[in-house]
Design a binder for this molecule. Structure first.
Ligand code: TTP
Ligand code: MG
Length: 361
């Protein structure tokens, strides 16, 4: 069951904009779902010969001490009555595509980390991140029959830590005030960037937990960890400035908002376009880009989407040009229903060359 959260977190929603999702015992769960006879049994997926290794095990098998990368013969000793199944990669990829399709339906700002794991930046969505997370879980369950765990926080490190917190089928939020009580007791190997070897080296000098690590100076950390020292120094203090990196090539640039209060008031919508035009101007200029096409998208309460675009003969990047076009496009749309989402994108992008840049300045 997904726990019901109170309004305690609602005020912090804007800050809690990073979501980390991770499917539970992914390959084993797919097998269990595809063959209901396996329900309730320990399942181990991996190379089937005795020289093979465990790729993953479901949570029932994990109770017997079976885990990924364990030799199969050892898994057989620990849990002889388990179902040992071969890896069916094509099937897992198919389910993974379904899951990512759902994630991209929420936002374009998705960073895939592996076949069953991703970060989402939901700062553009005016819906509480807890509701977004519950929606993702519901949709994934509906489409694939599988559970996932979700972590929500204000940076990547904490969001990932949160999704791992109460697996399987977990949903955990880490707010700023929880950071000391959550981080301090953790073993050093839970910190992103500290692997097995480094963790052993730390143990050898008497450092076992994040609390122990906190006593080390920044200089010492740099000496010990090399160039990642400063990042680790910050990370254990709950600071992580890595952005969610979408791997898709940028063919357009824009922003959209889903409203918590639906509206068809043009003045309110224009106010959003004003903000979007400013954001797009800043983003184009910081990336040395100019755009030829501006597209307005709206979705009404019945989820009908309308888009209107205008392609110019020349390239633009200023707020004034973008805003004027956006307002013209809005005026072309007849609003009969309340709107749940409005978005503005700039596409047909070119990168300004160096000489153009100096002219631009
Ligand atoms: P994980 O997300 O690490 O593991 P998991 O989904 O099985 O379990 P959890 O509930 O802890 O998230 O990996 C996703 C899938 O990737 C996993 O089902 C099998 C595969 N995998 C490998 O192929 N090799 C590995 O070493 C690991 C850890 C996983
Ligand atoms: Mg997983």
């Amino acid at each position: 069951m997904i726990p019901i959260y109170t309004s305690k977190y609602l005020g912090q929603a804007e800050k809690l904009h990073i979501i980390h999702v991770d499917m539970d015992a992914f390959y084993a769960s797919v097998e269990e779902h595809d063959n209901p006879k396996l329900k309730g049994l320990p399942i181990i997926v991996g190379g089937l010969s005795n020289h093979g290794i465990v790729t993953t095990a479901n949570y029932i098998a994990r109770k017997y001490g079976v885990h990924s990368a364990m030799p199969i013969f050892m898994a057989k000793q620990k849990c002889p009555r388990a179902c040992f199944l071969p890896v069916r990669m094509e099937r897992y990829k198919e389910v993974s595509r379904q899951v990512f399709h759902i994630l991209y339906g929420i936002t374009d700002l998705v960073e895939p980390l592996s076949i069953d794991e991703a970060y989402l930046d939901v700062s553009n969505i005016e819906i509480n991140p807890i509701e977004i997370a519950q929606k993702i879980k519901e949709e994934v369950m509906k489409k694939t029959g599988l559970t996932m765990s979700i972590g929500i926080s204000y940076n990547k490190f904490l969001a990932k830590l949160a999704s791992d917190w109460n697996k399987p089928n977990g949903l955990k939020i880490i707010t700023e005030d929880m950071v000391p009580s959550i981080l301090l007791p953790l073993p050093v190997k839970s910190v992103y960037g500290i692997g097995k070897k480094t963790s052993k080296r730390l143990n050898n000098i008497g450092i076992y937990t994040v609390e122990d690590l906190m006593r080390l100076s920044e200089e010492f950390m740099v000496e010990f960890f090399g160039k990642s020292g400063i990042e680790i120094y910050n990370r254990i203090r709950g600071i992580d400035s890595r952005e969610v990196n979408t791997t898709r090539e940028r063919k357009s640039l824009g922003t959209e908002r889903t409203f918590s209060k639906y509206t068809k008031d043009k003045e309110i919508l224009k106010d959003y376009l004003h903000r979007f035009a400013l954001e797009i101007e800043a983003s184009l200029q910081s990336k040395n880009l100019q755009a030829k096409t501006i597209t307005l998208k709206i979705k009404d309460i019945q989820f009908r989407t309308q888009t209107k675009s205008k392609t110019l003969n020349n390239y633009i990047s200023s707020y004034n040009d973008i805003f004027e076009l956006a307002v013209n496009l809005l005026d072309e749309i007849r609003l009969t229903q309340d709107i749940r989402l409005i978005g503005l994108t700039a596409s047909n992008l070119i990168t300004l060359k160096l000489e153009q840049l100096s002219l631009f300045d």
